[in-house]
Design a protein around this ligand. Structure first.
Ligand code: DX5
Ligand code: ZN
Length: 214
């Protein structure tokens, strides 16, 4: 299993310590949650903070934009050196064009679905995607309980991928712990985002290793 710890639950007063933990851990990505107070009812951090983080983080960046009109910010995300740029289906009027622009900027394109958005909405774009991020909580806050119908959506997404030959990775975000992680692994998830479960643990590095082993 790939693991993408979410910086949202890190200690913002001592980010260097948490990034050093991330660098020393087995995780595959660092997940960065950007919120604008419009698309979601919260504001997290923006480009100046992510720029500082990118300078000391050795892991590929998995940027999750919970903002309206994410296509406006493609150059700024590229300038972070991000590996993956995730945009919400619900926030993009012209999703296909946005994905094309992300690719033209040299990044992998991920599309994120809120809990109420059906997998079937990706039918005509799945072949163009490098990743699909399924939200298993409503976006905006860490520490919420896992929404169980996500397990069914993971299976639906796997079936859609198999039917189309798409290579999109299946990533899940929200309420991930060892128990829900095991169920997600069985359903076919390939990347797990985990915020509060990792950064709230007594031993975050060992927690990342345990999620990796799923
Ligand atoms: C929520 C964010 C998540 C958040 C997950 O809107 O997209 O990445 O950090 O937090 P946990 O793992 O605590 O549910
Ligand atoms: Zn996220």
């Amino acid at each position: 299993m790939k693991v993408s710890p979410s910086l949202l639950s890190a200690d913002f007063a001592d980010l260097r310590k948490d990034i050093e933990m991330i660098n020393a851990s087995e995780c595959d990505y660092l997940h960065l949650d950007v919120m604008d107070g419009v698309f979601v009812p919260n504001i997290s951090f923006g480009f100046p903070v992510m720029k500082a983080v990118s300078k000391i983080c050795d892991k590929p960046l998995d940027v999750h934009l919970m903002i309206v009109e994410p296509q406006k910010w493609i150059p700024q995300v590229r300038d972070l050196g991000a590996e993956i740029m995730n945009v919400h289906q619900e926030a993009c009027l012209h999703l296909h064009s946005c994905v094309q622009q992300i690719h033209a900027a040299g990044m992998k394109a991920g599309v994120t679905l809120c809990p109420a958005t059906p997998v079937a909405t990706l039918t005509d774009i799945i072949e163009d995607l490098d990743l699909v991020l399924l939200m298993s909580v409503n976006p905006g806050f860490g520490g919420q309980p896992f929404i169980r119908h996500t397990l069914r959506k993971v299976e639906e997404l796997r079936a859609l991928r198999d039917a189309t030959g798409s290579k999109a990775e299946i990533e899940i975000d929200g309420g991930v712990n060892l128990n829900t992680g095991r169920e997600l692994a069985d359903a076919g998830a390939e990347v797990l985002v985990a915020g509060s479960y990792v950064f709230g643990a007594d031993d975050p590095k060992a927690t990342i290793a345990a999620l990796k082993a799923l």
